[in-house]
Design a protein around this ligand. Structure first.
Ligand SMILES: Cc1cc2nc3c(=O)[nH]c(=O)nc-3n(C[C@H](O)[C@H](O)[C@H](O)COP(=O)(O)OP(=O)(O)OC[C@H]3O[C@@H](n4cnc5c(N)ncnc54)[C@H](O)[C@@H]3O)c2cc1C
Length: 470
């Protein structure tokens, strides 16, 4: 079966990968000249990579890890020590670690919290543990029900000290969703925490050994094309053209550089675009259907990724760090964490600026100046006094609409991969799957879309066989 998929982010590529595995022929259409969507990366004039986002993989990403295995590229994941490292704003330049011992879950995570005495008092730890008990005992249904509360409301309801919020949850919430605990749905961090508490290596982190575009997306494209599929860059979907019965007749692709528009027909059509462009493109008759009108409740959140190259080494830490800064979220010295970006003498910091609402329209210079100011707190020895590190170059990548804004109540708006239109399916990390707006969520959504298509196809085949026999 020919399946046209709009969008070559991880969801679209995963959908195509699992469709070729099932014997179908996907044609992936990407509007930009680069693979990967939110994991896209580019090389600058010196051959250095810069990316849409600083990305890490967790041990609790079963579908992503399975995909690496199936593509035979598992050795590209660089697993780090099992620890979470936080900056301590009140003591500039110092770090606090949650070292997770190699013992079964949940005792490993509990031990890491009990051993850390920099960030929480014993009273706070006990209240924190008691507050989390319902989430652990009552499982995912309880976690889903908590979507009506913001994380901050939920913490207060559970009697958990505001200090736990400011010490841990602001950092976690910004890292997971790019928004603060007073905005984020309680379901999001509780889902992540539940997984970390269930799986021995769930919170263990890996970095890719190079750019996601080259080291993850390209092998997916190679796999898809070797098995008869196709991936086309510079192929923007312009319009979803309908038949009279409301099913998809064809995809109309915008002709670039003066070329005329192109009609592409297939047996099945998939949108693996993010939710914002999909909403703009929905055909009018579909908008009246509740399934599609609900998408209005979802929209992408702003985030900014900053790259700073320095003339010397600022740190030898080979791990993701939680900055606990008001301006920044997580960061890493990619010259230590990523094989292809490695440099023994110079640092390349990649830092995520979030929440980015008030920064997204500011100039790169303003963003850079504010970030450099924060570095005085993260690396006081290198950015105050004599003999300061010199910034060699920088790159700021702004994404005004990234993953869906995970505020309370959004779970009800997330659509299934199967739609009411018989030949149209959805993939994308915003669609309903258990892994939220993440790389794992994107891959799982693509897999679920491919499964739904294959299942529906086998039902049609059965029906055709029965009609012929009758
Ligand atoms: C700064 C940042 C840091 C992140 N960090 C992490 C992390 O550490 N770990 C993690 O798991 N996740 C992280 N994420 C989230 C993760 O990147 C996303 O959840 C995931 O990549 C989304 O994939 P997707 O395929 O669903 O959507 P997208 O990547 O948005 O893909 C959609 C694709 O559709 C294309 N498209 C849009 N319109 C059209 C059209 N008209 N025609 C054709 N194509 C079109 C787009 O160009 C894009 O390629 C991060 C994201 C950002 C931005």
């Amino acid at each position: 079966m020919r399946v046209a998929i709009a969008g070559a982010g991880l969801a679209g590529l995963a959908c195509a990968k699992y469709l070729v595995d099932a014997g179908h022929t996907p044609i992936v259409l990407e509007r930009r000249d680069v693979l990967g969507g939110l994991v896209a990366a580019w090389k600058d004039e010196d051959g250095d990579w810069y990316e849409t986002g600083l990305h890490v993989f967790f041990g609790a990403y079963p579908n992503m890890l399975q995909l690496f295995k199936e593509l035979d590229i598992e050795d590209r994941l660089q697993w780090k020590e099992h620890t979470l490292i936080f900056n301590q704003p009140e003591k500039p330049g110092t770090l606090s670690r949650f070292d997770v011992p190699d013992i079964p879950a949940p005792f490993n995570v509990i031990a890491s919290i009990l051993k850390n005495n920099d960030m929480l008092t014993w009273e706070q730890k006990i209240k924190f543990a008691l507050g989390l008990t319902p989430a652990m005992l009552r499982g995912q249904q309880y976690v889903e029900d908590m979507d009506k509360y913001s994380l901050l409301e939920w913490l207060r309801k559970q009697g958990i000290d505001d200090r736990v919020n400011s010490d841990i949850f602001i950092a976690a919430s910004k890292a997971l969703t790019f928004i603060d605990p007073d905005e984020v749905s309680a379901t999001i961090p509780l889902t992540a925490l539940n997984r970390f508490l269930k799986e021995r290596y769930g919170s263990k982190v890996a970095f890719l050994d190079g750019s996601p575009t080259e080291r993850l997306c390209q092998p997916m494209v190679d796999y898809i094309t070797e098995k008869g599929g196709e991936v086309r860059l510079n192929a923007p979907l312009k319009e979803i053209v309908l038949n009279e019965d409301g099913t998809v007749k064809e995809y109309l692709l915008r002709g670039l550089n003066g070329a005329s528009d192109e009609v592409l027909t297939a047996d099945i059509y998939v949108s693996a675009m993010s939710v914002d462009p999909l909403k703009v493109m929905l055909p009018k008759p579909w908008r009246e259907q509740e399934f599609f009108s609900k998408l209005d409740g979802l929209e992408g959140v702003e985030v900014i990724n900053i790259h700073l190259w320095f003339d010397r080494k600022l740190t030898d830490i080979d791990q993701l760090l939680f900055s606990r800064s008001e301006l920044l979220s997580v960061y890493a010295d990619m010259s230590n964490t990523c094989r292809e970006y490695a440099d023994p003498n110079k640092s390349m910091l990649e830092l995520v600026l979030a929440p980015a609402k008030k920064w997204i329209s500011k100039s790169d210079e303003e963003i850079l100046a504010a970030t450099m100011k924060e570095l005085e707190k993260l690396f006081p020895d290198d950015f105050t006094g004599d003999n300061q590190a010199t910034l060699l170059k920088s790159k700021v990548v702004k994404t005004p609409r990234s993953v869906y804004r995970a505020i309370p109540g959004r779970q009800a708006y997330r659509p299934t991969q199967k739609t009411p239109i018989s030949n149209f399916y959805l993939a994308g990390s915003y669609t309903m799957q258990e892994f939220l707006g993440s790389m794992e969520g994107a891959v799982l959504s693509g897999k679920l879309a491919a499964q739904a298509i294959s299942q529906d196809y086998s039902v049609i085949q059965e029906q055709t066989k029965e009609t012929i026999t009758a």
